[in-house]
Design a binder for this molecule. Structure first.
Ligand SMILES: Cc1cc2nc3c(=O)[nH]c(=O)nc-3n(C[C@H](O)[C@H](O)[C@H](O)COP(=O)(O)OP(=O)(O)OC[C@H]3O[C@@H](n4cnc5c(N)ncnc54)[C@H](O)[C@@H]3O)c2cc1C
Length: 645
């Protein structure tokens, strides 16, 4: 069995990273030229890593399944990126960002990693400004900040509602420079299908050229997975349609442990589901909660009239509105963390106060801010988001409040990594949303971009180098080795198996069915009975999939149905592991809400005695998983109940 060693350095939490950097092993320039690294993923985590490793002098190959690295899902990120610069002088510090992140994650994250994240956050902003990322500025020219959930300070840097796009263009610029220098080789339209291990170490991948269907072997001294999150296991989510969990699932099957698979973030401000044929949900950025106020009618009869379309939101007088977040959480108000806001919205809707045709929506209202700030300011801050809302819902959000409802958005779970971001497979590193690290049971808004870029620009260049220092005597890995041949054959066999099912149902049919099970039983509210039911249903669905899926076309050509089928086959296994993990954790924490474990006020009831650990799962064959625990020890912070009142 692989060993679960977090490798957290000794010493006070604020000194650990400095000590690590002082003591890590380095590789000299001549040896760097002899060492190869594969990076899978060109989102913020992958592009920043490949650019930095290329700049250091390693030979990097980078892969993505899109036609351009710029199309990675990171481009969709809207609201902003956190850093502890304290520009507004409102009391922020590295310590406070670290504290807010640990508390936000409901004390289920590794303390040393979170401190390091807060520590490097400021350097990220400097790096991105140097790249020319056009962050919003105040009139005086200084970078502007806004607030995000779970914090009482303003520490979020942003570029309108397009922060991810601008950051990715910055990272892409850095990556392109290395591509031109010949340090990085780019493989667009290549999907990783299998991890190759040689003597137990990650030494390469099998990739499929998605245009020709040809399988290719690629070798390296180390492999980095920056392949994003797996929220699309729920079918409907705010993630890009292509986002999937297959790369990390392949690594899981090869021995990389999976950390906290059930920890999923449900974002409170998304455009509600509006029909059965929908395949995507749209996020309305959390930044909107800076100026928008969330409410539902106080009286059920008003809510009913709104649902019947006999009344409009603006006809409800102020005294008949329930600003339920401000009422329940006066200290944080509309800026409580996402899990708290999502549950509160669900509670109001379940109690019969929901609006919209389905009753599964609450209002996000800008009337006050429009009066206070004027339309021009609101437009400058959120113009593109308002426009997106109007295009989708066909209502003008400057005149009527937006309607929003929680939706699956982010996965805190992912491959388990140690302090060096290495998985339990030696030489396999995992960064960005693909790893389990840093956010515990709930990620704070604007912290994913921070983590992905921290991993790629500032952490991996040190920790991966430390690993590679031990590989300088290892000659370039030949892809003629039997391990590569075996892995390639396994991929070819699986593709054959999928193509030869020749059933009657589309891939989407199964994906949608899985999504319904996941949302119903492994979504915002979970119970032991529901989770057991889900496990049985997923197993049945998986059997049906392998009997009845239909993939038109051939494997030797561009075949989007085959691509989807591969990913859905993995989701059908991953969904079961998520349910198992949620069933194991007999407590509520962050986004993991087990209905049996709640306080009288409906808040999460943690069980620190028994569950203060990362649940890491080991693959023991399909549907057979063994759990190992990484205990969480807080040396610096006092562990408390999480209160936002
Ligand atoms: C709508 C939306 C808005 C958001 N807004 C914010 C925000 O304002 N602030 C914030 O901090 N966070 C935000 N997030 C979260 C954040 O965008 C993501 O967590 C982050 O961008 C993930 O980056 P990543 O580099 O880890 O992965 P991704 O950007 O998802 O990139 C994954 C990469 O891996 C590649 N890949 C995956 N599998 C394979 C494979 N098998 N073979 C080859 N390549 C593969 C893909 O091609 C892609 O290049 C938002 C998320 C959404 C959905």
């Amino acid at each position: 069995m692989a060993e679960l060693r977090s490798k957290v350095p000794q010493g006070p939490v604020a000194e650990k990273w400095t000590r690590y950097k002082a003591q890590q092993n380095l590789v000299n320039p001549a040896n760097k030229r002899k060492l190869d690294v594969i990076v899978v993923g060109t989102g913020l985590a992958g592009a920043s890593a490949a650019a930095s490793l290329g700049e250091l002098g390693f030979n990097v190959s980078i892969f993505c399944y899109q036609d351009s690295p710029r199309r990675a899902h990171s481009i969709a990120a809207q609201g902003g990126i956190n850093a502890a610069k304290n520009y507004p002088n409102d009391g922020d510090s590295i310590y406070r960002l670290y504290y807010d992140t640990i508390k936000g994650g409901d004390y289920r994250a590794r303390e040393a990693n979170v401190y390091r994240l807060a520590e490097v956050s400021n350097a990220i902003i400097d790096q991105c400004v140097a790249q020319g990322v056009p962050f919003a500025r105040e009139y005086s020219g200084l970078l502007e900040n806004r607030s995000f959930g779970g914090a009482q300070v303003s520490r979020t840097f942003y570029a309108r509602g397009q922060t991810g796009q601008q950051l990715l263009l910055g990272a892409y610029g850095a990556l392109s420079r290395q591509i031109k220098e010949g340090q990085v080789k780019m493989f667009n339209r290549h999907e990783m299908m299998e991890l190759v291990l040689v003597d137990g170490k990650a030494r390469g991948i099998i990739a499929r050229d998605m245009i020709t269907g040809k399988l290719e072997r690629h070798s390296a001294h180390a492999v980095v997975l920056a392949t994003g999150g797996y929220g699309n296991v729920f079918y409907l989510s705010t993630n890009a349609m292509g986002s999937n969990g297959s790369a990390i699932w392949q690594a899981f099957r090869k021995g990389a442990f999976f950390g906290n698979p059930s920890f999923t973030q449900i974002h409170p401000t998304c455009i509600p589901v509006h029909g059965d044929y929908q395949s995507k949900l749209t996020l309305m950025s959390e930044s909107l909660r800076n100026d928008g106020r969330i409410w539902v009618p106080k009286r059920k009869e008003d809510a009913e009239k709104i649902r019947n379309r006999t009344m409009k939101a603006n006809q409800i007088p102020e005294e008949n509105r329930d600003y339920f977040l401000e009422r329940r959480y006066p200290a944080f108000g509309n800026l409580v963390p996402r899990d708290v806001a999502s549950r509160a919205a669900k509670e109001r809707c379940d109690a019969g106060f929901g609006v919209g045709d389905t009753g599964l929506a609450v209002y996000l209202d800008f009337a006050d801010s429009l009066k206070r700030l004027g339309k021009a300011v609101i437009e400058e801050r959120y113009g593109n988001l308002f426009q997106m809302y109007e295009k989708i819902v066909d209502e003008n959000p400057y005149e009527n409040p937006m309607m929003i409802y929680p939706a699956v958005h982010y996965t805190m779970g992912g491959l388990w990594v140690d302090y060096e971001l290495m998985s339990t497979v030696e030489g396999l590193f995992v960064t960005g949303e693909a790893n389990f690290s840093d956010h515990g049971a709930n990620r704070l808004g604007a912290s994913a971009l921070m983590q992905g870029l921290a991993d790629g620009y500032f952490i991996l260049p040190y920790t991966l180098q430390n690993f590679l220092a031990g590989q300088i005597k290892v000659p370039r890995i030949s892809t003629d080795k039997e391990e590569f041949a075996g892995a390639e054959k396994a991929v070819a066999d699986r593709i054959d198996k999928l193509m030869s099912v020749k059933g009657k149902r589309s891939v989407d049919h199964f994906h949608k069915a899985l999504g319904k099970i996941m949302w119903e039983y492994v979504g915002m509210g979970r119970t032991a009975d529901g989770l057991k039911k889900a496990i049985g249903m997923i197993r049945e669905l998986r059997k049906e999939f392998w009997k009845d899926v239909r993939i038109p076309g051939k494997a030797t050509e561009l075949n989007p149905e085959l691509e989807k089928a591969n990913r859905v086959a993995d989701f059908l296994e991953l969904g079961e592991l998520m349910a198992l993990d949620a069933l194991n954790r007999n407590e509520s924490c962050g986004g993991h809400f087990r209905e049996e474990y709640q306080t009288e006020e409906g808040e999460c009831l943690r069980n620190d005695q028994e569950y203060m650990y990362v649940a890491t799962w080991e693959y023991r064959g399909e549907g057979q998983y063994e759990m190992h625990k990484e205990p969480l020890v807080y040396e610096e912070l006092e562990v408390k109940q999480r209160i936002y009142k």
